[in-house]
Design a protein around this ligand. Structure first.
Ligand code: F6R
Length: 607
């Protein structure tokens, strides 16, 4: 995620304004912070690890000269949060400073190339290649805007960038591809930022920079061009009517809803993980004697889904285990040949860490998947991958779940490739589908959002729900049920649909709502049988189906449609989204605050 803020003031000192702007962006990341200003043709920088207030206490972020500057609050993706990795990053001459939000996918190749040309790198970040590439282009005699343009053409991945340089001391150069960037225009200043809330107390006039545009801020405002063909773009500022509170949530009433709608973007970022880490994890999984997938809550559901994929694609049997049960259930069986893949959004969940500690003591290999670099899990894992979802504020996990599912799918696909159990054609088909998942998630949210809201109105007074799925959709069912019970306080039941007739079905009476998760996979025929069983007992059936599934439509009371062609192993990523939205709207219908469910904490650090 990361937050960027920059400003050119007509008068006064930029540093305190940048500091305040970064504070308003702290929700985008908070593990290190830095500022760069330009004064009398010189570049000044302060940066350090830690939260903004701590760094300010140690280093006084307001004490930098100049009326022009940029700043950054970091959410680590490449390189742990220590001072050298904090932004801004500079080139070798110390003339140009860059702040970056996004992921440079090809940074390793670029870094190698630049090092061969003699560039010295100070950090482990992907971002640092940017100032060095600019420097290289400026050496060829290009002005900064063109050097930046040429640099951007070399970057693969996503970026929002702000650059200041002693070479052109009265300007800030910005550009974006996928990561957000907005310009704020006031009488006496111009600002750039990752999000509108950063400058909203200073101006309500915003120009949204679009994908593939480069904009140069100067004393008069900003000049924007398309990076591809350098044509000028003219865009009038929009007047923003949000209050600061609304702006923090991008105009959404709750963080949970904002985070649900952020999933298409989050899923894109998750596809940009560093290959080397995934490759290493795949190698460990491949040679493991046995694999335990260990996690709690929502992360456990991701593990459960993963176990189906490892089996189907890589022919690898894994044990998904609830972390608090791990030691009792498998503690003595763990040994030097065991591999533990621990999944934890926060990387700090006490039960998960306790399971990992136990495994380490028994010489097992620990792999970690987390959203927080430098969390305890990253420190105690032999290899870890960061899911790159950005901070999640809502207590109920939403975007971090779908990102976990995506990373675990990537791992399963790599392992499948390595083991050669599934044809290359099939793997390529799945990889291509995974690339399209963010888009499919976006379409789903756009087309079904209103319908789900209406469903919540219809079922608002239900006392209990069943969630049923077969195969990998059992994990989706469990997650849908967890969302509903944790934020709308509706006691609910989830199990594999085949299991329902071994007991739970006795609860069914006329009108009892049952939610079926029914992708068109190998389980489709059988789940129709399960729907019939429930229908015969008078249940009200809601089904999450593939678009145009007329057979199921004709059987059920209500349905939500998902676009065609999502392969079964990827289906939980999409099919869970309507369940998240349903839980959200049910919470609102029942006057519960979805962002702050009672008795719960975002990170559970006690056993
Ligand atoms: C539910 C939820 C929790 C967490 C669980 C594990 O919405 O958020 O069930 O998934 O507490 O947390 P992490 O993934 O941080 O280990």
């Amino acid at each position: 995620m990361c937050g960027i803020f920059g400003c050119i003031l007509k008068n006064g000192n930029a540093a305190p304004i940048i500091h305040a702007g970064l504070k308003r962006l702290e929700y985008r990341g908070y593990d290190s912070v830095g500022e760069a200003t330009i004064h009398e043709n010189k570049l000044f920088i302060k940066k350090d690890e830690g939260q903004i207030d701590d760094v300010h206490t140690r280093r006084n972020l307001d004490n930098l000269p100049g009326r022009i500057g940029i700043g950054h609050t970091r959410w680590a993706t490449h390189g742990a949060p220590y001072q050298a990795n904090a932004h801004p990053h500079t080139d070798c001459t110390g003339q140009t400073a860059v702040v970056h939000n996004g992921v440079v996918e090809n940074f390793m190749e670029l870094r190698r190339e630049l090092e061969e040309l003699g560039h010295i790198f100070k950090s482990k970040t992907d971002s640092e290649v940017i100032p060095h590439l600019i420097e290289e282009k400026m050496k060829e005699g290009l002005p900064l805007s063109e050097a930046l343009r040429e640099t951007l053409n070399r970057l693969e991945g996503s970026y929002a960038i702000a650059v200041v340089s002693a070479e052109e001391p009265n300007k800030i150069f910005c550009a974006r591809k996928e990561s957000p960037l907005v310009v704020g225009v006031a009488e006496d200043a111009v600002y750039c930022a990752s999000d509108i809330p950063a400058f909203l107390p200073l101006t309500n006039k915003a120009i949204i920079i679009k994908n593939g545009e480069l904009t140069v801020l100067n004393d008069k405002g900003c000049e924007t061009r398309k990076i591809a063909d350098w044509t000028p773009v003219s865009r009038e500022p929009e007047i923003i009517s949000w209050t600061s509170k609304m702006a923090e949530k991008h105009g959404y009433p709750h963080f949970m809803l904002k985070e649900i709608y952020e999933q298409p973007l989050g899923l894109k970022d998750t596809l940009r993980l560093q290959e080397s880490y995934l490759e290493l994890m795949t190698a460990f999984l491949d040679r493991a004697g046995e694999v335990f997938l260990v996690a709690c809550g929502t992360s456990y559901h991701a593990c459960l889904a993963a176990s189906y994929r490892f089996s189907k694609l890589a022919f690898l049997a894994t044990h998904p285990i609830i972390a608090s049960e791990f030691v009792e259930q498998h503690g003595r069986a763990v040994n030097i040949d065991s591999t533990i893949l621990a999944v934890s959004q926060s990387g700090e969940t006490a039960d998960t860490l306790a399971a990992v500690e136990h495994a380490r003591l028994r010489a097992a290999t620990v792999l970690g998947l987390t959203n927080v670099i430098d969390s305890t899990l990253t420190r105690i894992s032999r290899v870890y991958a960061c899911q790159q979802s950005g901070p999640e504020v809502g207590v109920a996990a939403t975007k971090t779940f779908t990102s976990q599912l995506s990373v675990l799918a990537q791992l399963a696909l790599r392992l499948a490739k390595k083991r050669g159990k599934v044809s290359h054609v099939e793997i390529e088909r799945l990889e291509e589908k995974l690339e399209h998942i963010p888009e499919i998630a976006g379409t789903m949210l756009q087309s079904q959002g209103e319908k789900i809201k209406q469903l919540a109105k219809k079922y608002r007074d239900a006392k209990c729900f069943f969630f049923l799925g077969r195969g990998i959709s059992s994990a989706t069912a469990l997650e849908g049920r967890l969302k509903l019970l944790e934020i709308a306080y509706i006691p609910s039941i989830a199990c594999p649909a085949g299991e329902s007739k071994h007991g739970p079905i006795s609860l069914i009476e006329p009108g009892f709502p049952v939610i079926f998760i029914c992708p068109k996979d190998e389980t489709h025929k059988t789940i129709i049988g399960n729907i019939m069983e429930m229908k015969a007992r008078g249940a009200s059936i809601i089904a999450i189906i593939e678009e145009g599934d007329e057979k199921i439509k004709s059987l059920v009371d209500d349905y939500i449609e998902i676009v065609k062609g999502v392969p079964d192993v990827l289906s939980p990523i999409i099919y869970v989204i309507p369940l998240q939205l349903f839980a959200y709207h049910m919470a609102l219908e029942r006057k519960c605050d979805p962002d702050k469910p009672r008795n719960l904490a975002k990170s559970v650090t006690v056993k």
